[in-house]
Design a protein around this ligand. Structure first.
Ligand code: LLP
Length: 421
């Protein structure tokens, strides 16, 4: 459930008509609903309520500081994957002890930044990384708390570009080698082993792969404990999928996911961390754009929008489906027709949807892409020197621009012309 509903025929974000935001901000833009963000965070928090736990929002999904602050004030921790994300989380007021650092390629600078700024734990993904972490921590006179990310060789049954838990993927260390690597970690003076980390992929619509992976983590916990390690925290990653269509998709609910966690690892008495991104932000955001032209082609008609693949890359990159709805609700019974919905960028890949049934629309009308809150604005670019899409946050009847659209001047001034020109 989200808070984007039609009222008197106009799509609203909570109590604000989308058309009002469009008039103030211009199109395209992203808009997020505070109530939806919080609702999703609390679904996870409640689902784990029987266990000592922390929900660490995977901020790569939508990292505007206003979103981070909204979630952090509700109690969320953050899962970060770069020095930039770490700095953003800190700037939004998240304390170091609620920040988890993930990622396969943490640099020495990033490690140093997080160690000195404060960190809950590093999720270590390789032995070379562990060596660097140990060395940097020792040079600072600190101890780095770690989990080791294990690769359980489980097929997450999701899009190949976002599956991470198979042995052929670059993530984690093979679970079969875990005992050996934990022994090495244990001998390192700058490192304190806290627990185990696993993340098998994103947009999982079935709980079975989670169950297989978490059972393997439970087994490993017992084995490591018998080796003498004090395993007291399990980071179970993110990945729970969301419905991208309003009709035929029903991915498992956070309550069912919470019950699965309880069933598979609850008996171990560990503190549980999860790193959901998409389920918190995905259906809490829309991308709104305007129709520039309605063009009749040979055998097909096109809706040419003022948003493009640079604003929302998911359809071009993952063949992703986003529901696209008119901001002014179609009259009941109005006849729909198929359109290819495209942006203005000179690439055929700049196509949001093919043969999508839409009500009649004209130039100047507004449409909204649903489920665009996660991996939307954060993956946008200025390709074609199209200004970065602005972001807006709504709370009840208020809205605020939380990232402004840069002017052409601001964009152009970022270039520097070398002295020989
Ligand atoms: N933890 C780790 C270590 C991750 O790599 C990810 C996502 C998450 C947590 C959060 O997963 P989520 O709950 O959001 O599924 N750009 C792609 C998705 C990339 C996901 C990358 N890792 C998309 O638009 O579908």
């Amino acid at each position: 459930m989200d808070h984007f509903l039609y009222r008197d025929g106009v799509l609203h974000a909570e109590d604000v008509p989308i058309s009002e935001i469009a008039a103030a901000v211009g199109t395209p833009f992203y808009v997020y609903s505070t109530a939806t963000l919080l609702r999703h965070y609390h679904l996870f928090d409640d689902a784990l309520s029987g266990m000592d736990h922390l929900v660490c929002y995977a901020m790569k999904a939508a990292s505007n500081q206003a979103i981070l602050k909204t979630l952090a004030e509700a109690g969320a921790g953050m899962d970060v994957v770069s020095g930039g994300e770490y700095a953003r989380a800190k700037a939004a007021g998240v304390p170091g002890e609620r920040i988890v650092f993930s990622g396969v390629g943490k640099t020495e600078e990033e490690i140093c930044q997080a160690l000195t700024g404060g960190i809950r734990q590093f999720n270590v993904e390789s032995e070379p990384e562990m060596d660097v972490l140990n060395r940097v921590a020792m040079s600072l006179g600190l101890t780095a708390p770690i989990t080791i990310r294990v690769n359980p060789d489980v097929d997450a049954k999701t899009h190949a570009k976002i599956a991470t838990g198979k042995s052929e993927n670059k993530f984690g260390i093979p679970i079969a080698r875990a005992r050996e690597v934990y022994a090495i970690a244990d001998a390192m003076e700058g490192i304190e082993v806290i627990g185990i980390d696993v993340h098998i992929g994103s947009q999982l619509t079935d709980l079975a792969p989670f169950e297989t992976a978490y059972n393997k983590v439970a087994e490993l916990t017992e084995a490591l404990r018998s080796d003498g390690h004090n395993i007291r925290r399990l980071d179970l990653g993110g990945g729970l999928g969301i419905p991208y269509t309003q009709s035929n998709e029903a991915p498992p609910l956070p309550t069912e996911y919470g019950a699965l966690i309880q069933r598979t690892v609850g008996h171990l008495g560990c503190e549980i961390e999860i790193e959901p991104g998409r389920l918190i932000a995905g259906n809490a955001g829309l991308m709104v754009s305007g129709v520039i032209y309605v063009k009749s082609g040979e055998g097909r008609d096109f809706l040419i929008l003022d948003s493009a693949m640079n604003d929302l890359i998911r359809p071009a990159m993952y063949e992703a489906w986003h529901d696209i709805v008119p901001v002014i609700e179609a009259e009941p019974g109005v006849e729909q027709a198929p359109f290819d919905i495209v942006g203005p960028v000179c690439e055929s890949g700049d196509t949001f949807a093919k043969e999508r049934m839409m009500p009649p629309l004209s130039a100047g009308d507004l449409v909204a892409f649903r489920s665009a809150g996660a991996y939307g604005a954060v993956m946008s670019s200025e390709y074609n020197t199209r200004p970065l899409t602005p972001e807006v946050l709504v709370k009840d009847d208020q809205f605020a621009v939380i990232r402004a659209r840069p002017t052409f001047d601001e964009i152009i001034k970022r270039d520097t012309i070398p002295q020989w020109l």
